[in-house]
Design a binder for this molecule. Structure first.
Ligand SMILES: [Cu+2]
Length: 437
């Protein structure tokens, strides 16, 4: 344990100091940790970042810090949280500071940081700082580099941020349960030089998978691969906020993957470059154009583009079952199957059972059912949902919209509503002669 004097002076930073258990006095001195109970996208910490645009955590926010001498102090509290996945469905997760994912940590290259981690979970935990170069004893692997943080204990992690980039934090203790319950967050280290790859808008999210059985609230963490809830910052469509962009802005989107499979994240309307990973920035000569960025498991990708085309641009995982709600998983394939005879027989056998033949002509009727009040089980979202300006959007899971508008003020992230397409720029119905109907 650090001596009180060493702690006050912060002299052990970056000298390979062992991880320390915070004393009661230190923990009391931390004050009440900032909590993020609502799934709203908060304004970036631009003021605290010296006027730079700041990072926008979709449906979340960044953790304010305090200075103690020349050290930036943050306080994370690992604890059970309730997270609305989308209106109509709330999951009982584990997270940090009232939210899953936990608040984003933002700092600068060269900063000395001290991150207090208080464990309010029913079991032990640790935090691993994914991608950050630090002394081995600060790496947060329970049993290997530190004792587990027991319930009620607070530990301090101290290190210098050697390089800028896009990183994550998550437990390295009982991982299948703790990540399967939503414990994760982003860690953004801004370059010291404001002229290094500046952007006007800097968004990000970390992807999680859950298996919340229909009609229940707590994820089943025994699942290996067949999850039914595919989430960005523990939100699913239509609960994921749009990415609001001013026309002409340089835009960066940072995407982390802590699920059990890869996600090809596809943006409509633009080609982009992959400009960074959790290993560092990609040199311009090594970047090639893409419209989908495949994000491997346990990795991050930054994509960048200049928003020169106005519109409502779909932004989603290209695995179609990842853009579906939980009610679409694990059902029989009925496409092309004539079910009327079977329906008659089932109805004769079970006269009091309302048997509904489904899926004969595809599954779009599921969206109609949802729209007409055919409710799925309590706390469970339908397979396809969401209303757009032209009708049902028939999506769920990992889907949202990048909204590019000319009349957005700098620093304004308010949802501008649906795009008003200039006349003559929307696909149109034709008659048998190919003329506009
Ligand atoms: Cu996916």
């Amino acid at each position: 344990m650090l001596s009180r004097r060493a702690f006050a002076a912060g002299v052990t930073l970056a000298t390979g100091a062992a991880l320390t258990r915070a004393s009661d006095a230190q923990t009391r001195a931390l004050g009440e940790p900032q909590r993020f109970p609502d799934p709203e996208t908060r304004s970036p910490l631009s003021r605290q970042l010296g006027g730079r645009p700041g990072f926008v955590t979709l449906n979340g926010g960044s953790l304010p810090w305090r200075m103690k001498g020349d050290v930036k102090e943050f306080h994370l509290v690992a604890e059970p949280v309730k997270r609305e996945l989308a209106p109509g469905s709330t999951a009982h997760l584990w997270g940090y500071n009232g939210s899953s994912p936990g608040p984003t940590i933002e700092a600068f290259e060269g900063d000395k940081v001290r991150i207090f981690v208080t464990n309010q979970l029913p079991e032990h935990t640790t935090i691993h700082w994914h991608g950050i170069l630090l002394p081995s004893g600060m790496d947060g692997v329970g049993g290997l580099t530190q004792p587990q943080i027991q319930p009620g204990e607070t530990y301090a992690y101290e290190y210098v941020l050697k390089k800028s980039g896009t990183f994550m934090y998550h437990p390295h203790a009982d991982e299948m349960v703790q990540m399967g319950m939503g414990m994760m967050g982003m860690f953004i280290v801004h370059p010291k030089d404001p002229a290094f790859r500046p952007v006007d808008r800097d968004f990000g999210f970390v992807m999680a998978n859950y298996e919340v059985h229909p009609g229940t609230w707590v994820p089943d963490t025994s699942i290996m691969l067949e999850f039914n809830t595919w989430a960005w910052n523990s939100r699913v469509f239509p609960g994921i906020d749009p990415l609001v962009v001013r026309k002409g802005d340089r835009v960066r989107i940072r995407i982390g993957n802590l699920t059990m499979t890869n996600h090809p994240i596809h943006l409509h309307g633009y080609d982009f470059r992959i400009t960074g990973t959790d290993g560092g920035w990609v040199a311009p000569s090594a970047q090639w154009p893409e419209v989908s960025a495949d994000i491997p498991v346990g990795a991050m990708r930054c994509i960048e583009f200049t928003a020169d085309e106005e519109g409502d641009w779909a932004f989603h995982c290209h695995k179609s079952h990842h853009t579906m709600g939980p009610m679409g998983h694990g059902i029989a394939n009925m496409i092309g199957v004539r079910q009327s005879a079977a329906t008659k027989r089932i109805t004769r056998l079970l006269p009091n059972y309302m048997y509904m033949p489904m899926g004969e002509q595809g599954m779009a009727e599921m969206q109609d059912m949802a729209a007409h009040g055919m409710a799925p089980p309590e706390n469970t979202l339908p397979m396809m949902t969401g209303e757009g300006p032209f009708g049902p959007i028939e999506m769920g899971g990992m889907f949202t919209v990048v909204k590019v508008r000319r009349d957005v003020a700098p620093g304004d992230y308010t949802d501008p509503g649906w795009f008003e397409h200039p006349q003559g720029t929307v696909a149109y119905k034709v008659d048998g002669n190919g003329r506009r109907a």
